[in-house]
Design a protein around this ligand. Sequence first.
Ligand SMILES: Cc1cc2nc3c(=O)[nH]c(=O)nc-3n(C[C@H](O)[C@H](O)[C@H](O)COP(=O)(O)OP(=O)(O)OC[C@H]3O[C@@H](n4cnc5c(N)ncnc54)[C@H](O)[C@@H]3O)c2cc1C
Length: 513
Amino acid sequence: MLSKDAVRRGYNRGRYVVGAHTPPAYVARVKETSATPGLQRDPITVGADIIASLRKVTDHVMTETADVVAWTRDWWAGSMMTETAGKPATPNAVVVRVSSVAQVQEVMRIANAATIPVTVSAGRSNVTGAALPVRGGIVLDLCDLNKLVGFDAESQIVEVEAGMFGDVFEETIQRDYKMTMGHWPSSFGISTVGGWVACRGAGQLSTRYGKIEDMVFGMDVVLADGRLITVGGYSRAAVGPDLLQLFIGSEGTLGVVVKIRFKLHQLPDYGRAIAYGFKTFAIGLEACRQIMQRGANPAALRLYDELESGVQFGMPKSNVLLVADEGPKEMVDAVMAISEKACAELGDRLESDAILERWLDTRYLTGKSAEGFTPSPGFVADTLEMIGPWRDLPAIYDEVVQAINAVPGTLAGSAHQSHAYVDGACLYFSLRGEVEVENRQKWYRQAWDAANAVIIKYNATLSHHHGVGLLRAPYMAASLDTAFPVLEKIKAALDPNNILNPGKLGLSDKVGA
Ligand SMILES: Cc1cc2nc3c(=O)[nH]c(=O)nc-3n(C[C@H](O)[C@H](O)[C@H](O)COP(=O)(O)OP(=O)(O)OC[C@H]3O[C@@H](n4cnc5c(N)ncnc54)[C@H](O)[C@@H]3O)c2cc1C
């Protein structure tokens, strides 16, 4: 069973920090901490009087450069490139640790009155620079706001504070309530439940359980001026637009998510998997489309192109599709029967048990996009996930891989299909390059520009689950097009001083009204 198995095997073979940030591997190569910022513009200093006020109302305030560098570091390739070149991303800020909702409100009141930026920070596992304090100010670390508040067994709704890490959360609900949320991002041990919501994340079993926005029942949010509001709190409603969804995916720019009520599922005891190989990626996509449109929704439906089939399963001449499901036997057997029929019409049956076992064994290892390559000082690996309609996906796949490969210095571009729906699917591209160390940023931006030009040309969506942060900020206005000014207006209405995570989501980094 996929959900039980994740807890049984544990995250990244146990190589991570439980309940706090886990640093990425490159940190071992960093010898010195410089105070020269790589990714800050005109950082705002927090004065001694404000630091004294913060110390009175919070658990801990850190001001030393080395602490600030360590406590703002994330998993973005952009941060890695600047820090390993001698300039840490954001060394100018103060880090404030809190463990209660009242403390979050106090911090926001102080910051708003003094017009100081506040960047919410949690697991710092984001891969977009979303939690970097690019204008300095206060970094509000929520990792100690991490209690499980309660469980309504009849409605299957759990209430949890935002800073609880994903592994602790799932272990607790599986052990104490025999439940799962079904949200299994490849970062589940190094990210928090609040970070999942703030980035609009997706787990590996999203085809059955949904994305995070399908799992939130309601939540409490602290606004820029310190007010506490409650949004959602119903299965479905017709009371105007859904304000809950406004905050899901807002990446700390509209409010601080402090408590979340999530919908849970009974922990399955039954599961099955099948695997098929297809001659081309496009034929594999067609099999996925058929499965979804004939009404089946297997928990995991993952199709790997030839390059990734070679690295993952030792099958470089095939496009491998894994279909895996869990739940009541009658339902899983029906889903598998529909899936098997669709696959058999288009491809060849593979040794399913071996492919499932290989996937289970490696699915929560970090650094997978670099697999199959020998890292050197000039090596950069990253991932780009997007979503588009079925009609366009084969062309998007071909053109994005082609565009990445055309950038000088690219070693490889590849993809798998990772999350599927009735109308479309998420393609998850991996890009790896090797150039002179000083040319890494140039290669990186060229590769992203080239890939995103294809995505925008097809009117597809820039990100399916990693979010925007700094990485996708330059493409947001073109992508949202006529709707982008609406996002700007909402931001200005909720945060008139622009103190909440300025410079993210493609929004302005200018602090102050
Ligand atoms: C190896 C690896 C694999 C990954 N796999 C997946 C995957 O399968 N699926 C997926 O969706 N993502 C994945 N990610 C990306 C990342 O784990 C997610 O974006 C995650 O949701 C971030 O959570 P976090 O707690 O680390 O948040 P952080 O990185 O600390 O913050 C991310 C953003 O959310 C904001 N934020 C965080 N908490 C709050 C809050 N309580 N209120 C308001 N704003 C907040 C921050 O300001 C920032 O803008 C992966 C990352 C890595 C390194």
